[in-house]
Design a protein around this ligand. Sequence first.
Ligand code: SAH
Ligand code: SF4
Length: 369
Amino acid sequence: MAPLPGLAGLLPGELAELLGLPPFRGVQIFKWISRGALSFDSMTDLPLSLRETLAEKYRIRTGSVKSRLEAPDGTVKSALAFGGGTGIEMVLLADGRGRKTVCLSTQAGCPAGCVFCKTGTLGFRRNLSAAEIAEQFLFAGDLSPGISTVVVMGMGEPLLNLAEFRRACAFLCHRDGPGISPRRITVSTCGIADGIRDLASGGPPVRLALSLATADEELRKALMPITKTNPLPLLKEALLYFQEKGGGRVTLEAVLLGGINTGGKDARAMAAFARGLDVVVNIIPWNPVEGLVFSGLPLREPSAGETAEFRRLLEKEGLKVTRRYRRGRGVSGACGQLGESARTCAEAPMYAPAQPAAERLIRKSGADG
Ligand code: SAH
Ligand code: SF4
């Protein structure tokens, strides 16, 4: 029997239309789903007969939690499975001040193939649907309600799946639903110039981060092959356009690869790229991924000294610099480390529930799957 279709991710009007119900019913169902309802039976303001019909024909979510790992810093990485055995990962991060951020994936695997990124080594499996992106947020909410910030920095390249990402944003930002402000959503791109322009003109007004890595064109082509079709001058034009359209400050993400992109020349190139733009550079020391090589040598983390020196060089060039907290490394849930459980999600999961609620959820999804 084909699996039942899911309702999570649909907007109130879409729900009413699909289900042939009056608009207010669409709103009611939407609110329940957004608040994390896991059964139609729990939707107590719907008539019992409607709840029963819905349960016969539909599911709420289509995904299930396959495994969950919690790092000592409180970061929780969840491996989720969607239709057709597609595995992806989602990460929940809590900062010291109690602000909760979820890191969402937009594709299973990634076609961009950046040499330093675990996801890149998987190749491209498929685009996630808007519902599958929205569901990740709901699964994160099961673990920890009150998520206020979203970063689209998980697996995949969001601007190569822009239509579905947009629909997912409509869900996340809906005032009857999660109600996340678009300014609290940051989408990170490896640099798809057309996608940046499309986002600038067509919205939603989310914040943008560009994974620059290096502003040396030749080196970037080697590290991030997407540069061959999206050269740096084209990217800069797209960023200028994004800011003209009111997109605001852009984050330039600089993953630091020991001995490769951390010298004075690299800092100067980055400063030249940044000229005329309103940017902050976010330094991300490379998170180890076993087996990744560049120019025949294994990639390595930059030393603490190398990182500090690169920061100093950037600041000397007049750039604003921040440094990303290395959250989630213990569970390979940090930037660029996502992918392992996507490969192995059919195998025996390792459970390390974050809290009893998570444990219940895992048992439930384990029993279903
Ligand atoms: N595809 C998008 C979003 C996902 S990658 C993009 O590339 O922007 C999110 C960030 O992780 C990017 O800034 C990328 O440069 C960085 N990254 C990838 N692999 C990494 C690794 N092993 N260590 C640290 N950062 C990494
Ligand atoms: Fe894809 Fe981003 Fe990883 Fe590059 S860094 S391979 S674009 S997920």
